[in-house]
Design a protein around this ligand. Structure first.
Ligand code: NDP
Length: 467
């Protein structure tokens, strides 16, 4: 009998199943299309001895020790509900289903509640690190009942990435907490990727070839910007297309895909009244990138408004660092807001810690973020933590120069400028919403608070339609 079951042997599921088998946990596996299961067993080598192939969800459930834990790793959305529907008749009260795919945490909450009614526990488990991570050590973010987590914690911590020996896996709260944290991870990933794309765009607008930029990113990966995304950017810039010999970037269509986690981050930020503007700009930038023909028409209609920005690498380095700190900060304050709204008590320092290895945004910054959070964030904000405030004092002048020069020379830098505007707005004790409040009162008698008196519901002396 197997200790655990897994259905969905696509890219991630197959890698996760082999990782689990490799750590010595007997696992029963299943896939909707049976030939995929056969292929996996053929390619599993020695690991096949620890894996039991099954050809139906009933057979899968029958091969797992009771109380059962079955991982689902299928395409997000309806397929997850379909698989849960197919699995439940073969499970008993006390069993547990783990959704290890990406999921909208609202769906995770709905599924948790529905399954709890049947006595079946549900864990929403975010897994980051792509195929390589799933196979050899991902970062794992779990939400759901403590006792269900306790039953599989040994497996999950065994397969997770390690940072200085510590597993990058944790239960972060009830129901949707794990999937929410994974979603925000991806939102931060969107912002970080976009900033790196923007800065590469600025460098290339100076006529520099990708291969010449690779050493710059390699160098950056040796300092405070050290992290997986900077590392792979250097590698990508150094890569040539095998067919044409051109830089690989020059043969890749500049139209970015997205599966939804960035959008979910922004939607939840808006619902919670938070400002994840750098992430939002990154999501919008992908949408704009997909408008290939419109952009071509735009270039034809508005030629000659772009020049070489001519920014030096040290300025761009600091601009990226400032934007990264601000993007992470927005992500962490969104996590804090969600944790309060949904009563999850997420340990944000632990989140930073489990992101230090295995996941796509792993970077040197996360260790410092964990320390800053444990020391207590003023106003719950990373940008006010003493160490990060020092970093921002040193680097935001470069971000400002970069955004200003990019704007002047017609180069788009939406994520960097969103991060900078957020920073500038956040360091104003008195902003410009006095006029917004006056306008709201003028047309709708919404009332305002005064700076010189207590109380609410004051009105201006206007004779507008709302007066
Ligand atoms: P793949 O496309 O490689 O595999 C999809 C799997 O889902 C297949 O096993 C497929 O079965 C199964 N499936 C799809 N629809 C159904 C259905 N209606 N009923 C039963 N099974 C179904 O996807 P990935 O492995 O890349 O992704 C799986 C999950 O992991 C997704 O939620 C994804 O967002 C998430 N994820 C992916 C990452 C990545 O880098 N790829 C990283 C982190 C998370 P069949 O073979 O029969 O078609």
């Amino acid at each position: 009998m197997a200790r655990i079951g897994l259905t969905g042997l696509g890219t991630m599921g197959a890698a996760l199943a082999m990782n689990i088998a490799e750590k010595g946990f007997p696992i029963a596996v299943h896939n909707r299309t049976g030939s995929v299961t056969d292929d996996l067993m053929r390619h599993a080598g020695d690991l096949a001895a620890t894996m039991t192939p099954t050809d139906s969800l009933a057979a899968l459930a029958a091969r797992v020790d009771s109380p059962r834990t079955v991982i689902i790793m299928v395409a997000a959305g309806d397929p997850v509900d379909q698989v849960i529907g197919g699995l439940v008749p073969h499970l008993d009260p006390g069993d547990c289903i783990v959704d290890a795919g990406n999921a909208d945490f609202n769906d995770t909450r709905r599924r948790s509640a529905a399954l709890a009614g049947k006595g079946i526990a549900f864990l929403g488990m975010g897994v980051s690190g792509g195929e390589e991570g799933a196979r050899h050590g991902p970062s794992i973010m779990v939400g759901g009942p403590q006792d269900a987590w306790d039953r599989i914690a040994d497996i999950v911590t065994a397969i997770a990435a390690r940072y200085e020996g510590e597993p990058c896996a944790a239960r972060l709260g009830a129901d949707g907490a794990g999937h929410f944290v994974k979603t925000v991870h991806n939102g931060i990933e969107y912002a970080d990727m976009q900033v790196l794309a923007e800065v590469t765009g600025l460098m290339r607008a100076d006529g520099r070839a990708p291969a010449d930029l690779a050493p710059v990113f390699r160098d950056w990966n040796d300092g405070p910007l050290k992290g997986y995304l900077v590392e792979i950017t250097a590698e990508i810039l150094a890569t040539s297309d095998t067919d044409t010999g051109k830089p690989i970037l020059d043969v890749i269509l500049d139209s970015a895909g997205q599966k939804g986690t960035g959008r979910w981050t922004v939607i939840e930020a808006l619902k919670l009244g938070q400002s994840a503007t750098a992430i939002e700009a990154a999501v919008a930038a992908r949408a704009i990138s997909a408008q290939v023909s419109t952009r071509a028409a735009g270039e034809a209609a508005f030629p000659g408004q772009s020049e070489a920005p001519g920014l030096d690498d040290a300025t761009l380095h600091d601009a990226v660092l400032a934007a990264r700190v601000l993007g992470y900060g927005q992500g962490f304050s969104l996590l804090q807001a969600a944790s309060e709204a949904f009563d999850w008590s997420v340990d944000l320092a632990r989140v930073a810690e489990i992101w230090r290895a295995g996941c796509i945004i792993r970077s040197a910054l996360l260790d410092d973020i964990a320390t800053a959070i444990r020391d207590g964030l003023p106003e719950g904000q990373l940008f006010l933590a003493p160490s990060f405030a020092d970093t921002l004092r040193a680097t935001t002048p470069a971000l400002r120069r970069t955004v200003a020069r990019a704007t002047e020379t017609g180069q788009p830098v939406p994520a960097m400028s969103a991060a900078l505007s957020w920073f500038d707005a956040m360091r104003r004790a008195r902003g410009t919403a006095d006029l917004i409040q006056a306008q709201r009162d003028f047309f709708g008698r919404h009332g305002f608070q005064r700076t010189d008196r207590d109380g609410k519901g004051f009105h201006g002396p206007w004779a507008g339609p709302g007066a």
